[in-house]
Design a protein around this ligand. Structure first.
Ligand SMILES: [Zn+2]
Length: 205
């Protein structure tokens, strides 16, 4: 059975690129970028340490902070798609967060350039097709959401196939982000959103 599942061709439609960085790759990138990090982000087994959603987001942000340039994004995209391919995933869409990249000093265009290179290299080496969903971050607020959507629309790339939002559902109301989603929808980007995962059905609308 395990063998049959392994052989089945699959699609992966929900992942967050910065969240796919495994501890080994994190150490590699942090070292070459001379980034100091708090050892507390790891548990005693070398995995990431978190106990609830806010601490998960904290670990996520700490790990993302090791990323400093387009090559880092190329490498994490490539490694992620290589990993997917080893499980016979033939198509994968992954969320990327321009706000995380911007916090690390990486421009939107460098972010996309790095990711696209990782996608091209992985397709060449493993045959897998990768695509990108650009996301804003809910707890950073509606204006940041508008900025991300506008940047995406102003800089179209064939590998960017949708717009979405992640982050802490306790922050703001979904309706506050309508202007951001309207920008994406009017430019014909399919939209998706994380909602109802933490705060229940009432946070969906
Ligand atoms: Zn998600």
């Amino acid at each position: 059975m395990q063998d049959q599942i392994q052989k089945l061709p699959k699609v992966e439609l929900h992942s967050h690129l910065e969240g796919t960085i495994n501890p080994k790759l994190f150490h590699e990138i942090a070292k070459r970028n001379n980034v100091d990090f708090d050892e507390d982000i790891f548990d005693e087994n070398g995995g990431y340490a978190w106990t609830d959603f806010p601490s998960f987001l904290n670990a996520y942000d700490s790990v993302s902070s090791c990323l400093k340039n387009a090559k880092d994004y190329r490498d994490i995209m490539y490694e992620y798609l290589k990993d997917c391919s080893s499980q016979n995933v033939i198509y994968a869409e992954t969320f990327i967060s321009p706000d995380h990249a911007s916090d690390c000093g990486i421009s939107y265009n460098d972010l996309i350039r790095g990711c696209a290179k990782g996608i091209d290299d992985a397709q060449l080496d493993f045959g897998i097709i990768g695509r990108i969903i650009v996301t804003c971050v809910r707890h950073l607020g509606p204006q940041k959401g508008v900025d991300v959507a506008q940047k995406m629309v102003d800089n179209p790339h064939p590998y960017v196939v949708g717009f979405g939002m992640g982050g802490d559902e306790n922050s703001f109301k979904l309706i506050d982000f309508a202007p951001a989603f309207n920008i994406a929808a009017k430019a014909n980007y399919p939209c998706t959103v994380h909602a109802g995962e933490i705060c229940g059905a009432e946070s969906v609308w």
